[in-house]
Design a protein around this ligand. Structure first.
Ligand code: PRX
Length: 635
């Protein structure tokens, strides 16, 4: 039996048991057998959730880039590490071999050093999905600089807040970016942001769109000439396992974004381990995660996890709708993608379109399909399973968070039987717990509660940059000796987990707790419905009642709306019960979404409350224009 690579369900249960009975022994074995360490650890784990303080492999020395690049050179120098697919479908894809990646990362690392960047300094990376993004991330890791990637769709004020919070000394950006048929002036956004950032000394600019930009004398420089002069050798900085590797910001339910800090050793071990098992990656496979490296999914499962396994990872610059809604499937056919990982929101958007966009392409290379980021509704799951996977690719519904660093609950494909909407079983080493409102653990099956984790795992965030107390308060104060995820979950009769959504989205109607996700699932099953979101609004008798925002598919546009409302409530009654019926249903042109595709319920809640003050900064939304249209036609 291999701890590292699970091949069937019996093995999963054996490995899981071992990982719980002897977590330190389990992770020590994984760490020892599959990674390159410069010095062995003194101690596998020490932890105290009350502080909170967690240390994995303390005393060990390593550099994650030696694990992601150098050690593969003996056997895989010519194998493609990163396969870059540009926005323009007519442009050639660019395969970057492990040798080339080595050379380019080292050149970038040497450029950073020449600008005075040292171990521990923070570097902000604000780039589109082009090879320089992955290369910059790895170059920081090479020299021990802490990278803070900011998604290149964030506004200048969001960028400035993140740069200032972690006092970045240097920014890596590009003149601009392509997004479908549009271009975006990234350098202009950086210039605006830097008006309020005193800490930034240098800006390095890569040329992506050949646009005219202004360069600030003494601060800004084109990257390419510096790279051309730089050496392809750069000694890897020796890091302690517990040294910070990166900061990644995630929005809290209140307050400023939280800079989650991940460290070198545990993060490497866990992302590599989960990549191998959750995607069942085999030598020679081509793996594609459609996320942006600006999010944790991209950090862990485009860059670090795949490269630590010597994989070929696709990096896509574009969007699923350009030049048409067949783009994802065209890329799958072209590169013979074996594992495909995307978000339910993308699946729903594509499911709205003509099936011909899928059927046109040969998808027979696909072996495993993944989803992440939100609960996947049953209809989207079936659409993905039937039309993309042709009912022969297991779907891994992976539950995790920016804070967890890696996948926590997920089927192991070909081992764990899947059920739509269930993330199923914990990854070895993960000890989930469901808690009730009184702080007591709910044992047994067929129960529902707040999802916590009761034992540390290697890739958990160690702190919030500059605010350890907020870290303690947010994640470790709700339940004693537990990491609190903020999510609710159900454990079914066989112990499978189904994530029901953020617990802050629970609505109490006539004394009944109703999760929004299951109601939305029911509505989304209606053939005319594309997407929906439920919020609560005050009701005289029930306390709260439910307000549903529903976006119709094109095919639903001509339907009688009063009949549709009745049918939707009938579906809810069938799936959950009459208690969950909606008092108000508003048909909308779209739902306000964050750049990562999450529905902004806060805004919808305010509109349902007829409270239009303080809608917050809607300019960071993916689609700010829908907010006005929803307000105009509110009920
Ligand atoms: O509510 C859960 C939801 O996304 C949250 C984490 O968001 P973020 O930090 O942006 O990371 C997303 C990518 C890992 C969780 O607290 N979530 C994530 N995956 C799932 C999910 N909800 C249900 N099912 C999932 N598979």
């Amino acid at each position: 039996m291999s701890n590292y690579h699970i091949k069937n369900l019996e093995e999963y249960f054996n490995v899981y048991r071992k990982s719980i009975n002897d977590p330190e022994g389990f992770w020590e074995e994984v760490a020892e057998e599959h990674f390159l360490w410069r010095r062995r650890w003194d101690n596998v784990l020490s932890w105290d959730f009350s502080k909170p303080e967690v240390k994995w492999f303390d005393g060990a020395q390593l550099n994650i880039t030696e694990n992601c690049i150098d050690r593969h050179l003996a056997t895989k120098a010519d194998q493609t590490a990163i396969l870059f697919e540009p926005n323009n479908p007519e442009a050639e894809a660019e395969p970057i071999s492990y040798q080339e990646l080595h050379d380019r990362v080292n050149q970038m690392a040497n450029v950073l050093k020449s600008k005075g960047i040292q171990k521990g300094d923070r570097v902000c990376i604000y780039l589109p999905m082009i090879p320089e993004l992955a290369i910059s991330v790895l170059a920081c890791a090479r020299i021990g600089a802490v990278h803070s990637v900011v998604f290149a769709g964030f506004s200048s004020s969001a960028l400035a807040a993140r740069i200032n919070d972690s006092e970045c000394k240097l920014v890596i950006t590009s003149d601009g970016s392509y997004r479908g048929s549009k271009t975006i002036d990234l350098k202009g956004i950086v210039d605006e942001a830097l008006e309020t950032c005193k800490c930034v000394e240098n800006v390095l600019v890569t040329n992506r769109i050949d646009s005219e930009i202004t360069m600030k004398e003494g601060r800004d420089e084109w990257l390419q000439p510096l790279l051309d002069m730089a050496s392809k050798e750069c000694k890897a900085e020796i890091m302690n396992a517990e040294d910070p590797l990166f900061i990644l910001y995630t929005s809290g339910s209140t307050g400023s974004p939280k800079g989650m800090v991940h460290t070198c050793g545990g993060y490497m071990v866990y992302t590599a381990y989960t990549f191998k098992n959750v995607f069942q990656y085999k030598e020679g496979d081509v793996y594609w995660c459609t996320a942006d490296i600006g999010w944790i999914t991209g950090h862990s499962y485009i860059v670090y996890g795949p490269l630590a396994n010597g994989a070929t990872t696709v990096m896509f610059e574009g969007v699923p709708s350009y030049p048409d809604f067949g783009r994802f499937w065209e890329i799958v056919e072209k590169h013979k993608v074996n594992q495909f990982y995307t978000a339910p929101t993308a699946i729903r958007a594509l499911a709205k379109e003509n099936l011909d966009f899928v059927d046109r392409y040969d998808l027979s290379s696909l072996k495993v399909l993944g989803t992440v980021g939100e609960p996947i509704n049953e209809e989207a799951w079936h659409w993905y399973n039937d039309n993309v996977g042709k009912q022969s690719c297991p779907i891994v519904d992976t539950w995790w968070q920016t804070e967890t660093g890696g996948v926590m609950i997920s089927p192991i494909p070909f081992s764990t039987p899947t059920i739509p909407t269930f993330a199923t079983l914990p990854i070895p080493g993960i000890q989930p717990a469901l808690m009730d409102e009184n702080g007591k653990e709910i044992k047994g099956n067929q129960v529902e509660g707040r999802l916590c984790v009761k034992f540390p795992w290697p890739s958990m965030a160690r702190t919030i940059w500059g605010n350890h107390e907020r870290y303690r308060e947010t994640y470790f104060s709700a339940y004693e000796n537990m990491y609190f995820t903020g999510d609710g979950a159900r454990r079914d009769a066989v112990g499978y987990y189904r994530i029901t959504g953020r617990v802050d989205d629970v609505i109490i109607v006539s004394g009944h707790n109703l999760g929004t996700a299951p109601i939305e699932d029911a509505i989304n099953e209606h053939p005319a419905v594309a997407e929906s979101a439920i919020v609560g609004f005050p009701h005289e008798i029930k306390g709260n009642a439910l307000y549903g925002y529903v976006t119709l598919k094109e095919t639903g546009a001509d339907r009688d709306q009063e009949n549709l409302k009745k049918e939707i409530n009938q579906l809810i009654t069938e799936h959950i019960g009459p208690i969950a019926k909606l008092d108000k249903i508003q048909f909308t042109v779209g739902l306000p979404k964050t750049r990562s595709g999450k529905i902004m319920r806060r805004i919808l809640r305010k509109i349902a409350h007829n409270d239009f003050s303080n809608l917050g900064d809607t300019s960071t939304l993916l689609n700010p224009e829908v907010v006005d249209s929803i307000i105009e036609s509110r009920l």
